[in-house]
Write a protein that binds this ligand. Structure first.
Ligand code: FES
Ligand code: FES
Length: 165
């Protein structure tokens, strides 16, 4: 038996489980823990579909070995909403039509969240720069930039209340 036991705190819930040493973090989250919001695209750190937060920082989870993150605090897209209340990013992507197929959206939101935490009032070019590691095949990015700008406004206005994630 080569499995190892690790503990991850995902969206505030501590989960202890066994995984193979070669299991990638995105697969641990999706297949072992059921957090399927994070998507798998390129599996080579290029598209950003798998972006999550690990210990408060946006990372692409498709090339990280889960065993190396024993004890980490993870936020996935499932952790953004506060019950029935959408996170400002979710509200803004909806209002500004920042998604079509939605495949890139969870990763876009987690990358944008890092940006807005560091820089609550980014310029459009700062938004484009922050999102350059996240690929969208559908929208042409314009509406995504609108959505991130709008999310910054909503977050600054403090409504709805941010989830503790
Ligand atoms: Fe991870 Fe593309 S699936 S960056
Ligand atoms: Fe389809 Fe971005 S909405 S890839």
């Amino acid at each position: 038996d080569t499995t190892r036991e690790i503990t991850l705190t995902v969206n505030g819930t501590e989960r202890t489980f066994d995984i193979e040493p070669q299991t990638l973090l995105v697969h641990a989250l999706r297949d072992e823990l059921g957090y399927t919001g994070s998507k798998v695209g390129c599996e080579s750190s290029l598209c950003g579909a798998c972006t999550i937060h690990v210990d408060g920082r946006a990372v692409k989870s498709c090339t990280l070995l889960a065993v190396r993150y024993d004890g980490a605090e993870i936020t996935t897209v499932e952790g953004l909403a506060d019950g029935e209340d959408l996170h400002p990013l979710q509200q803004a992507f909806q209002e500004e039509h920042g998604l079509q197929c939605g495949y890139c959206t969870p990763g876009m939101m987690l990358t944008a969240l890092s940006l807005l935490e560091d820089n609550p009032d980014p310029t459009r070019s700062e938004i484009r720069d922050a999102l350059k590691g996240n690929v969208c095949r559908c929208t042409g990015y314009h509406n995504i930039v609108d959505a991130v700008e709008r999310a910054g406004e909503l977050m600054a206005a403090g409504e709805p209340e941010l989830s503790g994630a």
